[in-house]
Design a protein around this ligand. Structure first.
Ligand SMILES: Nc1ncnc2c1ncn2[C@@H]1O[C@H](COP(=O)(O)OP(=O)(O)OP(=O)(O)O)[C@@H](O)[C@H]1O
Ligand SMILES: [Mg+2]
Length: 360
């Protein structure tokens, strides 16, 4: 079992409130990813769950039991850090065995667990080597192995792949997904990598400045971000935001003006918008195409990044920046006039508090 429940969790370092009123319910077997800007409290939240930091307020429960006063060693969780933290003078086998020997586990059982973990992670050939004789990816697998042999209730992983090069990250990411599928334990995973978050998570927790902004499946967050911050954080390159103003508001539709004169009719089921309201209109770069249809936006091209399979176009719409990612290769250059079509693009409307306008 590995159900983790946080209720109103707070953490302060001196006068600095680092975690504020965190409520989160992680189900047994769930893969939850924490994302958010640097310094927002992801590691602190993970360390609080692990028992490496004491909470200033609130409750932490694991499988229905309050663990606020239970030490890290007795919470039954295993943590994997970005820096592998392996003992350099011990072999891989000794590194894997170390924590178990300290708990007086019978030798036979330790040997079995090491064999099983080594097979799962394909590190059998390296068991007698020292960490210094391994590549970064192999070391990271040993660090994960050290967590696996403990058979923890849940795995807590803090940016476990960020020291690896791009190719190894992709393959190790796939290994972690396969590992989770095989052992089914709860995993909480911190990352800065959008692709890791989107591909690994059942649910993503987006944090900002010590608070949870939104919790949802990767596609929930992508398709219906609750606020402008989440909209800008999930998705790369990030969503475009244009200033808009309501010029007509009827039942079922509103008409906005964006880009200094461009009218946009938005179907919206139920709304409390009035003429004159200022909104932010969010459009993902991938939802813009190059077409000169009646509703398209006339832009000035500033920069073109040809990536082969797609072209990233940085443009200017009447003084506002607008980025488009279009598929394929385009004959387009800085200084050109172009037309960006947003026909069919999902539009995200945010009010002046940055909250999503529902129903659009
Ligand atoms: N022991 C500490 N004493 C005082 N402040 C701390 C301590 N540990 C963390 N902080 C502060 O708490 C805030 C959150 O830090 P934390 O390490 O949780 O951020 P993070 O989201 O993991 O960031 P990153 O993405 O850079 O790893 C930061 O402002 C940090 O400076
Ligand atoms: Mg961190």
């Amino acid at each position: 079992m590995g159900e983790i429940k946080l209720t109103d969790v707070k953490k302060s370092f001196g006068a600095v409130d680092v975690l504020k009123d965190i409520d989160l319910h992680i189900r047994d077997g769930e893969f939850v990813v924490f994302v958010g800007p640097s310094g927002c409290g992801k590691s602190t939240l993970l360390r609080t769950i692990a028992g490496l930091e004491k909470v200033t307020g609130g409750e932490i429960e694991i499988d229905g039991k309050r663990v606020n006063d239970v030490t890290a060693a007795d919470r039954g969780l295993a943590m994997v850090f970005q820096s592998y933290a392996l003992y350099p003078h011990m072999s891989v086998r000794q590194n894997l065995a170390f924590g178990l020997e300290n708990s007086n586990m019978p030798k036979q059982e330790i040997a079995e667990r090491i064999t099983e973990a080594a097979r799962m992670l394909e590190i059998e050939p390296y068991l007698e080597r020292r960490p210094g004789q391994l590549s970064g990816g192999q070391r990271q697998r040993v660090a994960i192995g050290r967590a696996i042999v403990r058979r923890p209730t849940a795995f807590l992983l803090d940016e476990p792949l960020s020291n690896l090069d791009a190719e190894l990250r992709v393959s190790t990411r796939a290994e972690i997904a396969a590992l989770h599928a095989r052992i089914g334990s709860t995993m909480i995973y911190v990352t800065h990598d959008q692709v890791e978050a989107m591909t690994l998570a059942h649910r993503i927790v987006v944090m900002r400045a010590g608070r949870i902004e939104q919790v949802g499946t990767p596609l929930d967050l992508y398709n219906t971000p609750a606020n402008r911050f989440v909209a800008g954080f999930i998705g790369a390159p990030h969503m475009n935001f244009l200033k808009g103003e309501v010029v007509e508001a009827e039942t079922g539709t509103v008409t906005l003006v964006i880009g200094g004169g461009h009218r946009l009719l938005v179907p919206i089921s139920h709304h409390k918008l009035s003429v004159g309201d200022k909104l932010t209109v969010g459009i993902r770069p991938q939802h813009i195409t190059l077409a000169n249809d009646p509703g398209s936006l006339a832009v000035k091209v500033r920069l073109v990044e040809a990536l082969g399979s797609e072209t990233v176009i940085h443009a200017d719409l009447n003084g506002e920046k607008l980025l488009a990612v279009v598929s394929g290769q385009k004959q387009i250059a800085p200084g050109d006039e172009a037309h960006f079509s947003i026909a069919g693009a999902p539009l995200h409307l945010f009010d002046d508090n940055g909250l999503r306008v529902k129903g659009a």
